[in-house]
Design a binder for this molecule. Structure first.
Ligand SMILES: [Zn+2]
Ligand SMILES: [Zn+2]
Length: 109
């Protein structure tokens, strides 16, 4: 996906207009980031950029991310914390790769 690509509103099909780029520092604004990304916010200190586009017709707002932010979020999203030692392990792991503790079954929310 290129930067200049037009984004269309899902509801009315109108081309959405770029409003602004919002930088999030994950640890800096825990409340705000938690609101948007839930648990992920607690396991990163990176700076993430979100572009906000607004539909001039219905006012719908869409967040999009740049490549680095996207990769960062997707990477974190596939990690969970070991129930025993709290270290980060892949979400599908049956056992912790550090302490070998068996993990509870992973459930989609
Ligand atoms: Zn719209
Ligand atoms: Zn562990």
């Amino acid at each position: 996906m290129s930067e200049g690509e037009a984004k269309k509103c899902y509801s009315c099909g109108v081309e959405m207009q770029f409003a602004q780029r919002i930088p999030f520092r994950i640890r800096g604004q825990p409340g705000l980031v938690k609101l948007v990304f839930g648990e992920w916010a607690e396991i990163s200190e990176e700076m993430l950029n979100f572009d906000v586009h607004v539909c001039p017709s219905c006012g719908e707002i869409r967040f999009s991310t740049d490549e680095k932010t996207r990769r960062s979020l997707l990477g974190k999203a596939f990690l969970k914390k070991c129930v025993e030692c709290s270290r980060e392990i892949p979400i599908a792991s049956e056992r912790c790769s550090y302490c070998a503790t068996k993990q509870p079954e992973y459930k989609e929310q």
